[in-house]
Design a protein around this ligand. Structure first.
Ligand code: 5AD
Length: 344
């Protein structure tokens, strides 16, 4: 087999090579590929795993994305929005437990009230942590002005998945209205970069109608957009969503999506070398050792859920989301065990 590591080191790894990696199904060859991508991780970003504790502070969402379990039209979802004190309690917990950074995530709301609320939380997190706790925002598409205000208030990283870089596939996954425009999303990513954020993006992997060429283009997009962090994970069946009818939720399909998720991490690591890549919760939803395997394939970031326990079951983007019965303490202990088991 090819030595993708050497090819990449001499800048000769091509898009055809990436496709070859994504096509591979032989377990022995795949193991060898993961060894190569792990070596790339060791020699670029190292074996240190960075934590971004996720606080999912509201599931109220104005969007109606066809694949998502908390989309606006999902009537069975019990909507919640945490108080500022609750959010700050979790940020304090993260700080006391030596997390370097938290990620504030919620459904997408565009309003002056929401903008102000996030601004205020950002200022207070800075205060309570003496400016030490980094904050990543994952609050969807917003106006440039809103992004600027949040940046000034202390949010210096932003995670906004493009979901897919194929506009036609994007159109199949979303209602066709101005709230769900692929071009707006790209515009948002450019604005974020322009303002000075460290920008993370990503895609879902194994979506109905998605081709391997789409995924190769996704990796190329991360490179062309000079992205700092990739958060990508397998598409996971989400009952009662419009997209569920296009996906047969069999073990075989789940295993395939999981393996493709790992191959995307490996290919991303080999192609982009020193980028940050998250081993996402969706991997864990499809395999009990999902995140460990993600780290082994080349990921270097974990996003432990630190949301207060009583809200976790209400933030189900997809079925079988892991850790919803856990507390932040459980997640912390569990993840450090998982990291050590990999040797990171
Ligand atoms: N499967 C996997 N990931 C999903 N997301 C939303 N719904 C699903 C699903 N069914 C992801 C999207 C979004 C992130 C917050 O959650 O990529 O950007």
């Amino acid at each position: 087999m090819k030595n993708y590591y050497e090819l990449s080191m001499s800048d000769k790894l091509t898009k055809e090579d990436i496709k070859e990696i994504l096509l591979e199904t032989n377990p022995e060859v795949l193991d060898e590929i993961y060894k190569q991508s792990y070596k790339m991780k060791e020699n670029t970003v190292g074996k240190k795993v960075y934590y971004r504790g996720i606080i999912e502070f509201s599931n109220i969402c104005a969007k109606d994305c066809f694949y998502c379990g908390i989309r606006k039209s999902q009537e069975s979802v019990d909507r919640f929005s945490m108080s500022e004190d609750e959010i700050l309690e979790m940020a304090k917990w993260a700080c006391d437990n030596n997390y370097g950074s938290v990620a504030l995530q919620s459904g997408e709301i565009q309003s002056e009230e929401f903008t102000q609320r996030v601004e205020s939380v950002l200022c207070k997190i800075k205060e309570l942590s003496d400016g030490k706790l980094g904050v990543t925002l994952s609050l969807g598409e917003q106006s440039r002005e809103t992004y600027e205000r949040w940046y000034k208030a202390g949010g210096h990283r932003y995670l906004l998945r493009i979901e897919t870089t194929n506009p036609e596939l994007y159109a199949k996954m979303h209602p066709s209205d101005s709230l769900h425009s692929w071009h707006t999303r790209v515009e948002c990513l450019k604005n974020l970069r322009d303002i000075g954020y460290q920008v993370g993006t990503g895609v879902m992997i194994g979506l109905p109608f998605q081709t391997l060429d789409d995924l190769v283009a996704d990796i190329q997009f991360f490179k062309d957009m000079d992205i700092d962090m990739i958060g990508m994970g397998p598409y996971v069946y989400s009952q009662d969503t419009p997209f569920a009818k296009f996906y047969e939720n069999t073990k075989e399909n789940r295993d395939k999506a999981f393996e493709l998720g790992l191959k995307m991490i490996a290919a991303g690591r080999l192609y982009l070398k020193d980028i940050n890549i998250a081993a996402t919760t969706a991997l864990q939803a499809l395999h009990p050792l999902g995140r460990e395997k993600g780290l082994k394939a080349g990921a270097n970031i974990l996003m432990p859920i630190i949301t207060l326990q009583q809200y976790r079951s209400k933030y189900q983007l997809y079925d079988n989301k892991p850790c919803i019965d856990d507390t932040p303490e459980h997640c912390k202990a569990c993840l450090s065990g998982r990291i050590k088991s990999v040797g990171d």
